[in-house]
Design a protein around this ligand. Structure first.
Ligand SMILES: C[S@@+](CC[C@H](N)C(=O)[O-])C[C@H]1O[C@@H](n2cnc3c(N)ncnc32)[C@H](O)[C@@H]1O
Length: 230
């Protein structure tokens, strides 16, 4: 049996490889200064990198990037884009077709400088997998390593649309994947055991055809886990 989520993303990127925009996202552009100051030329892992708009941007700014994608169509396009940049980017930049949690669970501990994702964690419906992802992001990061991400907010216009699947999760019924929405307490609960929250900002994004409200988070792996993990 096929995987409907993977098939949805394959179809989306086949129809439009720039579905999320041709240039780097606002998270990538607004993070570059901080990343360059604290992890210049370091290793950056992107979860759910799509066709690689942000990975190419970070690679062009000297980061040793790696990405993972559920969609083979997206991964192929991202790898083509990275190889087209050739001498401009570090040579080992690569995207693998892999579930992000499976990858995070096998990566070595404490070796990555930055884990980054844009509108990725809001696609994880299973609460246990979501917790394991955050724990493993902390595990693979070096102490002081940065974890930057955006997720959809409970103030998003799509919140509450479609079929309710549980607390803050809905299937919009558009053929796209189910979505998870976050508020500040749920984000703090996920991040604070392992990360110092440097900034957590709720803001609007997207054009008039598809306005969304998202949280942008900049967090830093603590040297030792906080005792608040239940
Ligand atoms: C909302 S899109 C954003 C893509 C990209 N971050 C961007 O901003 O252009 C989320 C991406 O995550 C990928 N994805 C969803 N679940 C995944 C998983 N469990 N492991 C790896 N990739 C996943 C999807 O295929 C999709 O390309």
């Amino acid at each position: 049996m096929g995987n409907p989520t993977k098939e949805f993303w394959d179809r989306t990127y086949r129809e439009d490889p720039d579905f999320f925009g041709a240039g780097a996202s606002s998270l990538a552009r607004s993070s570059l200064g901080r990343l360059t100051r604290e992890a210049n030329g370091g290793s950056l892992l992107e979860l759910g990198c799509g066709t690689g708009r942000d990975l190419c941007y970070f690679a062009q700014h000297g980061f040793e990037v790696a990405g993972c994608e559920l969609s083979p169509v997206a991964a192929r396009e991202a790898n083509l884009r990275l190889s087209a940049l050739r001498e401009e980017v570090p040579p080992r930049s690569r995207v693998t077709v892999q579930d992000a949690l499976e990858l995070l669970e096998v990566l070595p501990a404490g070796r990555t400088d930055v884990v980054y994702s844009n509108l990725f964690f809001n696609l994880e419906i299973d609460a246990d997998r979501l917790r394991r992802m955050f724990r493993n992001v902390a595990r693979v990061l070096r102490p002081g390593g940065l974890h930057l991400f955006t997720v959809r907010s409970t103030s998003d216009p799509w919140y509450g649309k479609g079929t309710r699947l549980g607390s803050d999760r809905f299937d919009p019924g558009t053929g796209g994947p189910p979505l998870r929405f976050f508020d500040e307490p749920s984000l703090r609960q996920l991040t604070e055991p392992e990360f110092e929250v440097d900034s957590l900002r709720e803001h609007s994004e997207g054009g008039p055809e598809f306005p969304v409200v998202i949280w942008s988070a900049v967090t830093q792996r603590r040297a030792a886990p906080s005792s608040s993990r239940p």
